[in-house]
Design a binder for this molecule. Structure first.
Ligand SMILES: Nc1ncnc2c1ncn2[C@@H]1O[C@H](COP(=O)(O)OP(=O)(O)OP(=O)(O)O)[C@@H](O)[C@H]1O
Length: 225
């Protein structure tokens, strides 16, 4: 589904990532961990095509992402929902409107999507906050709204960058539960996190593979996590 073959990446200085190969197969659940600055966000960006590798190749849905033009990239990106580390919202729109933004951008008529939107807001537990403005939201509400926005286009793959970074344990469990549910619906899930307790909690719920970036390379983490 997403394949990295001997991928390297450099921002211009020394190589940050070197010779990484990994395959995210359909329906798989992966964690990506490693120290701060190791390159987790960079690797996620390579997976969803926001960056292209400086060596090797990234393929998504059997296609070399570098060979796509802008429109093809936009189409492919609809199949990959992303929860960014610093999820941003437009403050003048309501929460529901923010969640619906990808629909608007892709030219869909919102009036025919009301049921879908309501269902999604209910799924993330934000029905009661539908008309709230982003500055009024708690960290956990922001993260759940970001997840709802990431899946509004029914992507095949969900990529989340530190989705539990700014929330308490209870909320991180709730977010994990939502990501596990997405995986049970058949979506491929990739989560970057520092939080080893989150990974441990997930292991009783889902068969997760843990990848660790160390010394610019990817290792599969052992069972001692
Ligand atoms: N646009 C950029 N230009 C230059 N250097 C960058 C850029 N983005 C990231 N870096 C550097 O690349 C390194 C890896 O950053 P990245 O955000 O991928 O790491 P990370 O493992 O996700 O870190 P954290 O856990 O702290 O979020 C860092 O040293 C960072 O400063």
């Amino acid at each position: 589904m997403i394949e990295l073959d001997n991928v390297g990446y450099s921002y211009g200085g020394g190589e940050l990532l070197s010779n990484l190969s990994v395959r995210l197969t359909p329906g798989s659940f992966h964690f990506l961990t490693g120290p701060s600055g190791a390159g987790k966000t960079t690797l996620l960006k390579l997976c969803y095509g926001a960056l292209h590798p400086t060596a090797g190749q990234v393929r998504a849905f059997e296609t070399d992402m570098r060979k796509l033009d802008r429109d093809q990239t936009a189409l492919l990106r609809r199949r990959i929902g992303v929860v960014h580390q610093d999820c941003r919202f437009l403050d003048h729109l309501t929460l529901t409107e923010n969640v619906a933004l990808p629909l608007l951008v892709s030219g869909r008529d919102l009036s025919s999507e009301t049921d879908n939107l309501n269902e999604l807001m209910q799924w993330v537990g934000l029905s009661g906050r539908a008309d709230a403005r982003p500055p009024e939201l708690s960290g956990g509400e922001r993260q759940r709204a970001a997840l709802a926005r990431a899946v509004i286009m029914s992507p095949d793959v969900v990529i989340a960058d530190e989705p539990t970074g700014n929330v308490d344990w209870e909320m991180s469990q709730r977010l994990l539960q939502l990501l596990v549910e997405l995986n049970r619906m058949g979506k491929t899930v990739l989560i970057a996190t520092h939080d080893l307790s989150l990974i441990r909690a997930a292991k009783s719920q889902v068969q997760a593979r843990v990848l660790r970036i160390a010394n610019r390379q990817l290792q599969t983490a052992g069972a001692d996590l």
